[in-house]
Design a protein around this ligand. Structure first.
Ligand code: SF4
Length: 347
């Protein structure tokens, strides 16, 4: 049996990428939300502390950072933090549902970040709005793309820099159909889209719960079929956009290809540092302790014999969901455990 920890370099390998949840506030209520946003306290930092976190991240000199959440655009300081990171040479990509987007926010994104990615989880409003838990969310994501497409067009015409515009599609069983046509429609309607990325829903957060997992996680056959679909999806792009399928099997902790996931550092909305991006375990707070200390603790958690044994047992998304349920309930904070216990029908 291959150990997930034997697949990656041992010791203090560098952090290549940060994921920073700026807030857990969110206007949507997605069935698969990895962070259970909108259904828990926002925990958003004030500006001063947020900029302290920004400086900690910049000092680690990662290759890139993703701003997520929750809805990161709800943090009043998101662009100040982004500009600070970009000036320190750290490219920032903001992941948004697009619900809040308007002309002004699109301009602010163009002024501050390397990447803007809009998430869409269904090929049409009927599917997307159910997965996203709010009527009108597909329309909002399309309006968001319209703003971003237009701003990018204008900036390019003036010879100015602008963000890389992406569309991120999380594939569930409900959202399986219609993806080829979707690529064609999106890349025709929004010619400034640089890439469309498809990836199977991962069993984190609400997506780990049995009710969701049994209905919506892709089967082994579907995971394989999704990866095989990449050339067909790519052939439907009408603007030369790069279309890719992220093979979720490479994220399975037992995959030799999962090493990249092991170099991600994940900071929660109040500055807490996750032991691993996929699980609720926390090892301290970046506002209170040095990153070196926290990273060493994170690596120790991943190498803990019980954690390693559980992760080594994962062979499929169903296995992964089972292990996530176990580890989150065992290593989550008291607040996490109380929130998990309240999930009930939400999953
Ligand atoms: S998945 Fe994203 S958009 Fe949906 S509720 Fe969670 S944070 Fe909000």
């Amino acid at each position: 049996m291959e150990s997930p920890n034997s697949a990656v370099p041992q010791g203090n390998w560098p952090i290549e990428r940060f994921v920073w949840d700026l807030t857990y506030a969110c206007p949507l209520r997605c069935l698969h939300c990895f962070t259970e946003s909108g259904r828990r306290p926002a925990r958003m930092l004030g500006r001063e502390d947020a900029l302290r976190v920004t400086d900690v991240i910049a000092a680690a000199r990662p290759q890139r950072i993703s701003f997520g959440g929750g809805e990161p655009l709800l943090a009043p300081w998101w662009d100040e933090a982004a500009r600070r990171l970009e000036s320190a040479g750290v490219p920032v990509t903001v992941f948004t549902s697009g619900w809040l987007m308007d002309e002004g926010i699109a301009e602010r994104l163009a002024d501050s970040v390397t990447g803007a990615a809009v998430s869409v989880d269904g090929a049409n409003a009927d599917v997307h709005d159910v997965i996203r838990g709010r009527a009108g969310s597909f329309r909002k994501s399309m309006e968001s793309l319209e703003h971003l497409n237009r701003i990018k067009q204008e900036r390019r015409a003036r010879g100015e820099r602008c963000f890389r515009l992406g569309l991120e599609y999380t594939v569930t069983r409900s959202g399986w159909d219609g993806t080829e046509r979707f690529v064609e429609e999106m890349t025709s309607r929004f010619p400034e889209i640089d890439y469309v990325s498809f990836g199977a829903v991962i069993p984190e957060g609400l997506a780990q719960e049995e009710k969701f997992a049994s209905r919506e996680l892709l089967s082994d056959e579907q995971l394989a079929a999704l990866s095989d679909m990449e050339p067909r999806l790519a052939s439907r792009a009408r603007n030369g956009a790069h279309v890719s399928v992220t093979d979720a099997r490479s994220f399975l902790p037992t995959s030799p290809l999962c090493a990249q996931g092991e170099t991600i550092a994940h900071i929660e909305a109040d500055g807490q540092f996750r032991a691993s991006t996929n699980y609720e375990a926390k090892v301290g707070n970046v506002l209170e302790e040095s990153l070196d200390v926290l990273w060493a603790r994170a690596l120790a958690w991943r190498n803990d014999p019980f954690v390693a044994e559980q992760r080594n047992s994962i062979r499929s998304l169903d296995d992964w969901a089972r292990v996530t349920r176990l580890l989150d309930r065992r290593y989550g904070s008291e607040e996490d455990k109380a929130r998990i216990a309240r999930r009930g029908a939400a999953a």
